[in-house]
Write a protein that binds this ligand. Structure first.
Ligand code: LLH
Ligand code: MG
Length: 382
C-alpha cells in the first residue's frame, strides 16, 4: 500500500462562534468561515480525512514538507512518517507546526481505519466504548443573560446537570472583558456553580492563563474550600518552575501542561519536575493521536492521570483507549448556543452524549466522522 496523493479542499461552513481579540470563542450571529478537509489517498483507493483551519494545510506546507514525506510511502507506517515530519520542523523556520503534524497523523489513522473497516479506537485497542463528559463552559463575557455574572454561571450549570453532565469546567473571565481578570470574581462564579449543582458534581476551573503566583495561590485555596477537582492553566505554562511551586503549595490537583510547546517531551519534564498532579495532553497540542498516546502511557507509568484537551473525535478516541483519564472535554458550551446542533459539514454529531453524561464512540470505520461530502462539494472555495 502506497500514498499517491495528499490534497486539501477549502470550503465554507456556517457557525455562530466568534473569536474575540484574544482568540476566545463567544456566541454571536451566524456567519461563514472557511474550513479545510485534508485527504490522503492510497494506491488502493483508500482515503483518510481530517478537518482543520485552512492555514494548517496551506499549499506551501503541503508542497514543501507533507508531500515530500508522504508520497510513495506506506500509510500504515504512521510512527516513521510522524518522526520524519517532526524532523522537518527544525529546518522549517517554524512554519511546520505541531498542529499540521496532528492533522496529517489524524488523516493517516482515519485511512487505516477506513481501509480495514474498523473504528480507530478498536484498532488501537479500546479500554471502553463510552466516556463520561464534562461540560466545558466558554470564557466569561459581557452578554446580558450569557456568562456575565456569577449567577449566570450558576444558572447555566443547573441546565448542564439537567442535560446529564456529571462534571463541569468553568472558563472564567479573561481580557478583552473590560474588567477581567479578577480572582475574586472567579471565586464568586465558582461558588455560584457549587451552590447550583450541589456536592456530587465534579467542578473544575480553567482560569486566566497569566495570573501571578500569589493570585493563582489565592484562587487555588478558594477552590479547595469549594471542593473543586482541579485547577487548570492559571499561570503562563512557559515557567514550569512556577507550576512546581504552585503544585507544592496547593492541595487541589494542578493540571497541565496544555499549551506549552514540546509534545510528549515537555510532559515528561513536567512529571519529573513535579509541576502538576494530573498531566494534560491533546491531539492538536502535541502533534497528533500518535504522540498523544505517548503522553497517556507516560503518565500511566508514573501512576498519574492524563486528561485530554479539547473536543472532537480524535480526542475522544484517545480518552477511549486509556484507563488513566477520567473525562472527555465536551464543548465549548454557552447558554446561547446549542452544542448538540453539530456542524453543517457532518451528517451527525461525532460526540453524541446520552442523558447520563456518557459520550459514545462510533462504530463507523476510521475516526468515526459521518462526513457530508455533498455539502463540502457544494461549498468549495475556488
Ligand atoms: O482560553 C480559552 O479560550 C480556553 O482555555 C480554550 O483554549 C479551551 O480550549 C481550553 O483551554 N480548554 O481546556
Ligand atoms: Mg484548558
Amino acid at each position: 500500500m502506497r500514498i499517491e496523493d495528499v490534497s486539501a479542499q477549502v470550503f465554507r461552513t456556517t457557525t455562530r462562534r466568534h473569536a474575540d481579540s484574544a482568540g476566545h470563542a463567544h456566541p454571536g450571529p451566524a456567519h461563514q468561515v472557511q474550513m479545510a478537509m485534508l485527504t490522503i489517498t492510497a494506491d488502493t483507493g483508500d482515503k483518510g480525512y481530517a478537518f482543520c483551519p485552512p492555514e494548517l494545510v496551506r499549499p506551501y506546507l503541503l508542497e514543501k514538507f507533507v508531500r515530500k514525506v508522504l508520497i510513495g510511502e506506506d500509510p500504515r507506517d504512521r510512527e516513521r512518517l510522524w518522526q520524519d515530519l517532526a524532523h522537518w520542523q527544525r529546518g522549517s523556520a517554524a512554519q511546520l507546526t505541531d498542529r499540521t503534524l496532528a492533522i496529517v497523523d489524524c488523516a493517516l489513522w482515519d485511512l487505516a481505519g477506513r481501509s480495514l473497516n474498523q473504528p480507530v479506537h478498536k484498532l488501537i485497542g479500546a479500554y471502553r466504548d463510552k466516556v463520561p463528559a464534562y461540560g466545558s463552559i466558554m470564557c466569561g463575557d459581557e452578554i446580558e443573560g450569557g456568562l456575565a455574572t456569577p449567577d449566570d454561571y450558576g444558572r447555566f450549570c443547573e441546565k448542564l446537570v439537567a442535560r446529564g453532565y456529571k462534571g463541569i469546567k468553568l472558563h472564567t473571565w479573561m481580557p478583552p472583558v473590560s474588567w477581567a481578570p479578577d480572582v475574586k470574581m472567579d471565586l464568586k462564579a465558582c461558588a455560584a456553580a457549587r451552590e447550583a449543582v450541589g456536592p456530587d458534581i465534579h467542578l473544575m476551573i480553567d482560569a486566566f492563563h497569566w495570573y501571578s503566583r500569589t493570585e493563582a495561590l489565592e484562587l487555588g485555596r478558594g477552590l479547595e474550600k469549594l471542593g473543586f477537582a482541579w485547577i487548570e492553566e492559571p499561570l503562563d505554562e512557559q515557567s514550569m518552575s512556577t507550576y512546581a511551586w504552585l503544585t507544592k503549595n496547593l492541595d487541589i490537583p494542578v493540571l497541565g501542561p496544555e499549551s506549552a510547546a514540546g509534545k510528549h517531551f515537555t510532559r515528561a519534564e513536567w512529571i519529573k519536575a513535579e509541576a502538576c498532579d494530573i498531566l494534560r495532553t491533546g491531539v492538536h497540542d502535541v502533534g497528533g493521536i500518535t504522540p498523544a498516546l505517548k503522553s497517556m502511557r507516560l503518565a500511566e507509568s508514573f501512576g498519574m492521570n492524563c486528561e485530554v484537551h479539547g473536543n472532537g473525535v480524535e480526542n475522544l478516541i484517545v480518552t477511549a483507549v486509556s484507563k488513566n483519564c477520567r473525562w472527555y472535554e465536551r464543548g465549548l458550551l454557552h447558554p446561547f448556543l446549542e452544542y448538540d446542533d453539530g456542524f453543517d459539514y457532518l451528517s451527525q454529531l461525532g460526540d453524541p452524549m446520552d442523558a447520563d453524561g456518557f459520550v459514545h464512540l462510533s462504530d463507523r470505520p476510521g475516526l468515526g466522522l459521518d462526513i457530508n461530502f455533498d455539502f463540502i462539494a457544494e461549498n468549495l472555495v475556488a
